[in-house]
Design a protein around this ligand. Structure first.
Ligand code: FAD
Length: 421
């Protein structure tokens, strides 16, 4: 168990116990703060529970880029396609979609990729530290990922992404069909092609790993409060919280790490920012009947198959809907069909389905920032597709911000107020 770096004794409330909030709480406690972590659900049981479990540093390019708008109608018209919009919720989504479209310029892509790359360069070391200190190193595999395209033309259309990876120093390789056969004998590529990203890692259960981080924080004196924060006020001296069960809490500082729900708190303290819940689904297959050692990601069909400790997880797809809309589990069933396309021998018995809401900023870059108006309020949300990957790095950066130290990553690009300019 690590000892506190120094004892500040100040109290910090952290709203949200996903991978991001739990990592913030862990780093703060380690730094000598008195932490209270609040969430209505157990740590790691929301979006951080059911993701594809990949630590994916080389994924640095944004989701909005020149020409994306032309691709969207085709995706939407395909019932098995990677994107769906609940049309009845479109009016509420329009401001975010507008910002998303506006960010997809050449300059926007370059800025966003560099901002992501800066965080991504830190993630391995930060995961090493937190897994080792919480006794969970056995929960990680260093396998890389096999990346497949159904047609070579799709890879060629995505060449700009590979140019950016090359420029920013993220490794990728072509795989010959004979290499694919050795690495994943059950994988059928048809007319497709495969790449390999060696820097990817995966954990065997992202929900459990997150819960382990929160447990370790509590074992060293952190406080856990299973409750939803309803009201927040902050003045120069302190932060006051009121919870759903009627509790009143005060703290010296506040970290808002409430994932897709963060705007509900930001709106009370500053203003809301372009954050959408980009839903994803998984089908978890208890007995897949195939051996798979490496995660496999389909770029064509936008999903990942990851071997976990309790079976094979098939996770991905994107759906834009209101935060409180009912899940549509047909999306999880579609993922199974896609997986069977690549693995015809895949069995689909003992399947459980899940939906989670990726906290997605319109410019694909997270918010890791102090509040523009209050020196004791800090924001850590909007990690989109990479909240597992970037959780520990965010926790470390936020802790340095709160303690007045220089974060190891230059965090200017992640500031909250960037949407006002
Ligand atoms: C299908 C899918 C696959 C993915 N695959 C990957 C992957 O392979 N690698 C990767 O890095 N990322 C992946 N992601 C993204 C990743 O899961 C998210 O970015 C990450 O879980 C976000 O973590 P978080 O802590 O910000 O949010 P969450 O895990 O959603 O946690 C936020 C918490 O805040 C709590 N909360 C909300 N409001 C309040 C309140 N008022 N009071 C108290 N608590 C509150 C919620 O209950 C919740 O528990 C995937 C996501 C999906 C959906």
């Amino acid at each position: 168990m690590p000892s506190a770096d120094r004892s500040t004794g100040k109290k910090v409330a952290v709203i949200g116990a996903g991978t991001v909030g739990s990592s913030c709480a862990w780093h703060l406690q380690k730094h000598g703060y008195q932490v209270v972590l609040l969430d209505p659900v157990d740590p790691g049981q929301s979006t951080s529970f059911g993701n594809a479990a990949c630590i994916s540093p080389s994924h640095i390019t944004p989701f909005s880029y020149p020409g994306v708008v032309k691709q969207i109608p085709g995706w939407l018209m395909d019932p098995l396609g990677p994107l769906r919009i609940r049309w009845q919720h479109l009016p509420g989504l329009l401001p975010w979609l507008w910002r998303f479209w506006r960010s997809g310029t050449d300059a926007g892509v370059a800025w966003s990729s560099q901002a992501q790359a800066r965080l991504m360069r830190e993630v391995h070391a930060d995961w090493d530290e937190i897994l080792e200190a919480t006794g969970q190193s056995h929960m990680r595999r260093h396998k890389g990922v096999i990346v497949v395209f159904d047609q070579r033309a799709e890879f060629e259309a995505a060449a700009w992404q590979y140019r950016i990876k090359d420029e920013l120093g993220f490794e990728w390789q072509h795989l010959a069909p004979s290499e694919v056969k050795i690495m994943a004998p059950a994988l059928e590529l048809g007319n497709g092609m495969a790449l390999y990203y060696p820097d990817w890692q995966h954990v065997l259960d992202p929900g459990e790993v997150t819960a382990g981080i929160a447990r370790d924080c509590m074992a060293r004196g952190g406080q856990w409060l299973q409750d939803r924060v309803l009201k927040v006020e902050a003045n120069e001296q302190q932060v006051n919280l009121q919870t759903e069960s009627g509790q009143q809490l005060t703290a010296d500082s506040l970290v808002v790490a409430a994932g897709s729900w963060s705007n509900r708190i930001c709106g009370q303290l500053d203003y809301t920012v372009p954050l959408a819940a980009k839903r994803g689904y998984h089908s978890m297959i208890g007995s897949p009947g195939i051996d798979l050692e490496y995660p496999v990601m389909s770029m064509t069909r936008s999903f990942v198959m990851t071997p976990l400790q309790n079976g094979l997880r098939v996770a991905g797809t994107a759906e834009l809907a209101r935060l409180d809309a009912e899940p549509d589990y047909r999306r999880a069933k579609v993922l199974l069909r896609h997986a069977q396309h690549y693995f015809p021998g895949l069995q689909s018995e003992q399947v459980s389905e899940w939906m989670g809401q990726r906290p997605m900023m319109a410019d694909s870059v997270p918010v890791i920032s102090c509040s523009p108006t209050r020196r004791n309020v800090f924001y850590a949300f909007g990690h989109g597709h990479y909240g597992l990957t970037q959780g520990p790095t965010t926790g470390k950066a936020i802790t340095r911000l709160i303690s007045g130290e220089e974060p190891s990553v230059d965090i200017r690009d992640y500031r909250f107020e960037r949407f006002r300019s």
